[in-house]
Write a protein that binds this ligand. Structure first.
Ligand SMILES: Nc1ncnc2c1ncn2[C@@H]1O[C@H](COP(=O)(O)OP(=O)(O)O)[C@@H](O)[C@H]1O
Ligand SMILES: N[C@@H](CCC(=O)OP(=O)(O)O)C(=O)O
Length: 380
């Protein structure tokens, strides 16, 4: 469905976007049997080069490493085990980066590879480094090509899908627009294979998603997240003030020239620090801290740092810097934060004030268990 107002709004949204993150899924670039499809990569790069020609900056988040590595390893389907997927990604990522490098070079554009782990958008120092690297690459006119660093990520610390990674990158680089390219024309109100499913052209709020049914991922067997992670990614980005357009790779040229194709998820919220954005959307922490009622009030109502005095129980094998879930006395999840102590250090500190800890154990123990800047409240 195209509307006169909608098409004018879309045209100005895209024309006004000076920094665009484009995410392309495995299913749009590769086949399980044949690996990378050079013609598809070429078409995508032609579109992105044209966007660059308008003066906009482009960051490409590309999946496809695992799918690209299957054929050279004699595999025809995506392996189930993490180690085998990592091996395939290790083989495929080089092939993928090389393909892009050659195609962009035809347009006189230099590419740079950026492989990210969850740590890079959560830990403060890594986050700052990643931010600076992107800023410098863009300043130099380079097109950064991003993927998850699959070969070193473990199952506990994986994004697992590039849709949410793309939303976090869009926020990290302060993009104006996130374009998610898949093998379907957009979000449908039911699985596209089901007769009668209709394209949803505009999502303004959760209410517009209420009637949408999301099915499993496509039939090609190379994509991972399916539509669920794309909608999650759209929620992350729009909640952080970034508009999202979801459409098929075949419609990339139209979408990026402002034609009203696919689904537009309209920006709803304001920007938030990216590290906390990831924390809020991480599937779970590496452990839990149970808080007494006073500590819950301090953290939730006064937005204070969490001190050892208000913690009643510790669970899990986390180390300093990990994300942990904060539970109320009733076990309800209230917040998530980056902890400043290892799990094994904490039991000796519980219920004790910071001044008491300083006297007993030294000034290193005077620090908060979770600093307020490293805390995000969870509304569930
Ligand atoms: N409501 C829906 N709207 C659109 N696509 C859907 C829906 N439910 C399930 N899907 C499926 O999600 C697939 C896209 O996910 P995926 O294969 O992971 O893509 P990618 O590799 O691009 O990340 C589509 O091929 C489609 O079959
Ligand atoms: N990092 C993985 C991609 C994971 C992923 O999200 O895939 P997809 O659902 O196709 O976007 C790879 O390069 O194979």
């Amino acid at each position: 469905m195209t509307t006169t107002d909608g098409s004018a709004a879309r045209a100005s949204l895209v024309a006004g976007a000076r920094r665009i993150v484009v995410k392309v899924g495995s299913s749009s670039l590769t086949t399980a049997a044949g690996g990378i499809d050079p013609a598809r990569v070429r078409r995508l790069v032609e579109v992105l080069a044209a966007v660059r020609g308008t003066g906009a900056e482009v960051v490409l988040v590309s999946s496809g490493a695992i799918a690209a590595g299957l054929a050279p390893l004699g595999l025809t389907t995506r392996p189930r085990g993490l180690a085998a997927q990592q091996a395939a990604a290790s083989v495929g990522q080089g092939l993928l980066a090389h393909r892009y490098q050659e195609e962009f070079a035809r347009h006189g554009i230099v590419t740079g590879q950026v492989l990210l782990t969850v740590d890079d958008v959560t830990r403060r120092v890594h986050y700052r480094n990643a931010h600076q690297t992107f800023a410098k690459l863009l300043e130099l006119g380079v097109v950064p090509i991003v993927n998850e660093n699959d070969t070193v990520a473990t199952s506990e610390i994986r994004f697992g899908d590039n849709d949410r990674l793309a939303a976090l990158v869009a926020h990290l680089v302060h993009a104006d627009l996130l374009v998610l390219l898949s093998d379907v024309e957009g979000l449908y109100d039911g699985p596209p294979s089901r007769e009668g499913s209709r394209l949803v052209p505009l999502v303004r709020s959760e209410e517009d998603l209420a009637a949408v049914t999301i099915g499993s991922a496509g039939s090609l067997g190379v994509g991972t997240g399916g539509m669920t992670t794309k909608v999650d990614a759209a929620r992350i980005a729009t909640g952080a003030g970034i508009d999202v357009v979801l459409t098929s790779a075949d419609q990339a040229a139209a979408a990026l020239s402002g034609v009203e194709v696919g689904t537009h998820f309209a920006a709803t919220g304001k920007r938030r620090p990216t590290r906390l954005l990831w924390l809020a959307h991480a599937t779970s922490g590496q452990g839990t801290l149970t808080l007494d009622a006073g500590a819950v009030r301090a953290v939730v109502e006064r937005r204070a740092s969490l001190l050892a005095a208000g913690i009643t129980a510790v669970d899990g094998g986390f180390v300093a810097g990990d994300a942990v879930d904060l539970l109320g006395p009733d076990g309800a999840l209230v917040a998530r934060g980056l902890v400043n102590f290892d799990a094994e250090e904490l039991p000796a500190l519980l219920g004790r004030s910071t001044s008491e800890l300083k006297v007993a154990l030294g000034s290193a123990y005077e620090r908060e268990v979770i600093h307020r800047d490293d805390l995000v409240l969870l509304e569930r």
